[in-house]
Design a protein around this ligand. Structure first.
Ligand code: UD1
Length: 422
């Protein structure tokens, strides 16, 4: 197992190029199941989660030619519709194959993902919606067995809660269903939008893209013929590097970013005293000498993203004053609090609210990453902690951050990947 050794206190400078969005690429890879022809995906992030989902496609019988940022996928050769525990347990997002497999083949088995470090994360809304579209669903032996031998039919789906993965699964299922599906209370994250655009570009009529109400006119099991998809920039990776600039009081420039997608993060950093130069696909952050505290509440897009909550908490730790951070989406997404406190932070937790009292200094220590975004918050704090911080269990980071240590080293951080001796 690897860990990161970070010697804090270095100023950062220069440019960093943002990779493609993992959370856009995953549903897009799942959507390739809706086709029996070759499709090319470009600007994929070079991260473990992408390799895991591509491996699942090959296990189903698909053909995948993948080299770092480009994949050519042909799912004309799929022979199995079973997504096994071995893969789904590594990555919850594998549940995204449920909708497309069922829609194209009329049957599939997908291992139940189970809980994860940030909470229970059920898939009841995905299943209920598929049932409304005519699927028979049985849960047996840890697997969801879904059947629709005559194909799925269009339906009115009303999500009780806004769900990103649920919306994506149902959009994919609806694309090959018979008739029209309306999704009310749909998610409208940029990643959902790109998935809808990919499917619409393949000839499926979709109304309401980018809104909370989507109407999809299905092809009645006619497989789709996709055009090449260039994955959108990762808004969470971009936000994380802005936080790296803010916490180290360093001006850095992001290349290949979509400034529109990270408006809530830049707004919050502005309220903390940062200023920005914003171009079409570049942005430079200018942090103040002293950061002001921040109040934020996580919400669905375009609200403040839960995937940026941990990183902002790290920045708040180094601000002058008291910040309040409320997590509304996941019930257990504060695992980074105790690790930040180990570095000398002063964070007090009550239920879904964290009160952060800014401190003048943090001190290096051994700390443990618990989930993907919590890990990046620990790395941010380590960049300013006095002495050496070892961040253990960084396999979480490798799931979703493309070459984090390479990009941070390029900006001037003292960060080295090492192998645990035991
Ligand atoms: C996606 C993102 C994740 C992000 C999250 C919220 C991917 C691969 N992952 O996860 O990084 O943190 O959106 O922006 O894109 N829920 C239910 N029942 C369901 C489905 C969801 O109760 O059937 C609940 C969840 O437990 C959670 C909330 O709805 O409390 C939102 O979850 P959801 O939007 O589905 O998150 P994911 O798609 O899993």
């Amino acid at each position: 197992m690897d860990y990161l050794e970070i010697k804090g206190g270095k100023k950062l400078s220069g440019n960093v190029t943002i990779s493609g969005a993992k959370n856009a690429a995953l549903p897009i890879i799942a959507a390739t199941i809706l086709s029996d022809k070759e499709i090319t995906l470009t600007n994929l992030p070079n991260v473990v989660d992408i390799r895991t989902l591509l491996k699942l496609l090959t296990m189903l019988g698909g053909t995948v030619d993948h080299d770092k940022t480009v994949a050519k996928i042909n799912n004309g050769s799929i022979t199995s519709t079973k997504a096994v525990y071995e893969i789904v347990s590594q990555m919850r997002a594998s549940i995204l194959v449920l909708g497309p497999l069922l829609a194209r083949f009329g049957e599939c088995e997908v291992s139940l993902p189970g809980g994860c470090a940030i909470g229970q994360r059920p898939i009841d809304l995905h299943l209920k919606a598929l049932e409304t579209m005519g699927a028979k669903i049985e849960i047996k032996g840890g697997y969801v067995h879904a059947m629709a031998p005559e194909g799925l039919h269009g339906a009115n789906i009303i999500f009780d809660k806004i769900t990103v993965g649920g919306t994506e699964n149902i959009v994919m299922a609806a694309a090959l269903a018979k008739g029209t599906t309306t999704i009310i209370n749909a998610a409208k994250e940029p990643e959902v939008v790109q998935l809808c655009e990919m499917i619409a570009d393949a000839g499926v009529k979709i109304e309401g893209i980018g809104t909370n109400e989507l109407t999809i006119h299905g092809t009645d099991r006619e497989p789709l013929n996709f055009k090449t998809v260039d994955i959108i920039p990762d808004r969470i990776e971009a936000g994380t590097y802005l936080c790296a600039g803010a916490i180290t009081h360093s001006s850095i420039t992001l290349n290949k970013v979509n400034p529109q997608h990270i408006r809530t993060s830049t707004d919050k950093l502005e309220s903390m005293g940062c200023t920005f130069d914003i171009g079409e696909d570049t942005m430079t952050i200018y942090p103040p000498k002293e950061l002001k505290p921040v109040d934020l509440t996580t919400m669905e897009y375009p609200g403040f993203p839960t995937d940026m909550q941990a990183q902002f908490m790290a920045v708040a730790v180094m601000s002058k004053g008291e910040s309040l951070i409320e997590e509304r989406l996941f019930e257990n997404r504060f695992m980074h609090v105790s690790e930040l406190n180990r570095l000398g932070a002063d964070i007090w937790l009550k239920g879904s609210i964290a009160a952060v009292k800014g401190v003048d200094e943090l001190y290096g220590a051994d700390i443990m990453a618990t989930d993907l975004r919590a890990s990046s918050a620990l790395v941010l704090a380590a960049l300013v902690a006095e002495g050496t911080t070892n961040v253990h269990r960084i396999y979480h980071l490798d799931r979703g951050y493309d070459d984090l240590e390479g990009k941070l080293s390029g900006l001037g951080a003292d960060i080295t990947r090492k192998r645990e001796s035991r």
